[in-house]
Write a protein that binds this ligand. Structure first.
Ligand code: FES
Length: 124
């Protein structure tokens, strides 16, 4: 039911933790299951140079968090914003249909972290 890649990212999640001096933080919760994801980004010259996460959630949510932080690193903010729940699911070699909402959590947390960075930068 779960791909090998998903199981790998669930069992050996990358980028777990927090970035104390993060440039942007995004928090997203899933009202259906109650799972919560917090995503931190560090930005330099318009690029995401580091990303970490703390997720209280199901296995798929952990794997999504791990993969999305890997995908975001090295990307410009525009490129990272283009990451969707579908592209994360594809990168994990697919998610079961009933678990697609878990990848939504990751994409939304990343987009919120970018919004937070932009808001801090413009001081709004
Ligand atoms: Fe809640 Fe997966 S069941 S995020």
């Amino acid at each position: 039911m779960y791909s090998k890649k998903l199981m790998d990212h669930f069992q050996n999640p990358r980028n777990v933790g927090e970035i104390p001096d993060a440039d942007g933080v995004g928090v997203e919760g899933n009202p259906v299951c109650g799972d919560v994801m917090k995503l931190f980004i560090k930005v330099d010259s318009g690029k995401i140079v580091d990303a970490k996460f703390q997720t209280f959630g199901c296995g798929a949510a952990i794997a999504v968090s791990s993969m999305i932080t890997e995908m975001a690193k090295g990307k410009t903010l525009e490129e990272a914003r283009a990451i969707t729940k579908q592209s994360v699911a594809d990168a994990l070699d697919g998610l079961p249909a009933q678990k697609m909402h878990c990848s939504n959590l990751g994409a939304d947390a990343l987009h919120k972290a970018i919004d937070d960075y932009n808001a801090k930068k413009t001081g709004s």
